[in-house]
Design a protein around this ligand. Structure first.
Ligand code: AMP
Ligand code: MG
Length: 336
């Protein structure tokens, strides 16, 4: 009897609550990549119900930002690209992303190499990459480049409309949309499951630390020279780590690699770095910046990152590493 009383009493003191445990989920059906979410919850049921909301949000944002498939009833990128130059009352998430993108490009001064209107040029490279047989002729790229002027994207925030003044223009939001979606997801998880790690193919966002006594989440940067290895590991909480690299999507001809991040000044894949990584809280801005840094000179990129409060890591063509002091402070091991 006394036994039971003591047990009951211990239960009262501790509240008899289950301790949070680690759960994981993964999805293949949005943003053309594997999206993994790890989180700490009190039960599988609690985790599953958080994931139901997380997954619904991912599917919604995928439908808004996907340019390759029609999504009936969704006024997203596909609808806008097929509107024949007419104004479209777009989904609020698209309006917001385009206006944030524009503000980021304006803040960068003259050098704004990340252009949401580069779709026609990106399409040529995608077609040649899939055929894996040749490098596109410059006159084909230049003809496509006649339809990439950012000034032709008319955004009316009050009316909620976007108009592509050039009917042949194709928006491609691939440089920022995944990070933007991950940030929306992070903001949802902050409310319902604050200790989490999201990994969306090179785009990581951490919330509060894991609830197992560790002080932070550990994330590895891929070694661009040997993508099955890691370059260094960082310890993070409440931060995004977003990487752009020429090893992520490419084809090779005669020993030359042609990858998916296109320098608008040459219309060729950027060749300044093997990899760039941005570390800051907002995952959308980090995604924009990782692509921008990949295309900018080190000095321009450093100035842009600093102006936006971001830390960064650059891997040069010879494999040497440059990083800001804030990035260095997060390194656990591995930085050469
Ligand atoms: P990320 O992996 O975030 O660096 O983004 C690369 C993706 O952004 C590519 O797959 C293209 O869809 C798109 N992209 C490539 N080059 C550019 C560019 N100069 N400006 C805007 N988007 C680009
Ligand atoms: Mg990016």
């Amino acid at each position: 009897m006394a036994w039971i009383a003591v047990l009951l009493c211990l239960c009262c003191l501790s509240g008899c609550e289950a301790q949070p445990e680690r759960y994981a989920a993964s999805y293949w059906d949005s943003f053309d990549t594997l999206i993994e979410i790890i989180g700490y919850e009190k039960s599988q049921d609690a985790f599953d119900s958080s994931m139901q909301r997380a997954h619904a949000l991912l599917l919604r944002l995928h439908a808004v930002f996907d340019r390759y498939n029609a999504h009936p009833g969704v006024a997203g990128v596909y609808a806008l690209n097929h509107a024949g130059g007419q104004p479209v009352q777009v989904e609020p998430e698209l309006l917001k992303l385009l206006s944030e993108w524009r503000a980021l490009n304006d803040s960068g001064g003259q050098a704004a190499p990340v252009n949401p209107a580069l779709g026609t040029v990106i399409d040529i490279w995608k077609e040649y990459r899939e055929q894996n047989a040749a490098v596109p002729d410059m006159d084909i790229l230049q003809a496509a480049n006649l339809h990439t002027s950012q000034a032709a994207i008319q955004i009316d925030m009050e009316m909620g409309t976007v108009q592509l003044m050039d009917a042949q223009m194709q928006l491609d939001l691939g440089a920022m949309a995944k990070g933007y979606a991950v940030e929306q997801l992070a903001q949802l998880l902050d409310d319902i499951m604050p200790a989490y790690l999201i990994n969306a193919g090179g785009n990581v966002r951490a919330g509060k630390p894991p609830q197992d006594g560790r002080a932070h989440w550990t994330v590895a940067l891929t070694d661009p020279a040997q993508p099955t290895d890691h370059l260094m590991r960082l310890g993070i909480e409440d931060l995004s780590v977003v990487t752009s690299g020429g090893y992520q999507r490419y084809y090779e001809l005669n020993g030359v690699r042609y990858h998916h991040i296109i320098d608008p000044s040459t219309l060729m894949p950027g060749d300044r770095y093997l990899q760039t990584t941005v570390i800051m809280k907002d995952s959308g801005t980090a995604d924009y910046l990782s692509t921008a840094l990949f295309l900018l000179s080190y000095e321009e990129g450093l100035a842009l990152a600093q102006s936006l409060g971001a830390d960064a890591v650059w891997v040069m063509p010879d494999g040497t590493i440059q990083m800001t002091s804030g990035a260095q402070a997060l390194v656990i091991d591995g930085a050469k």
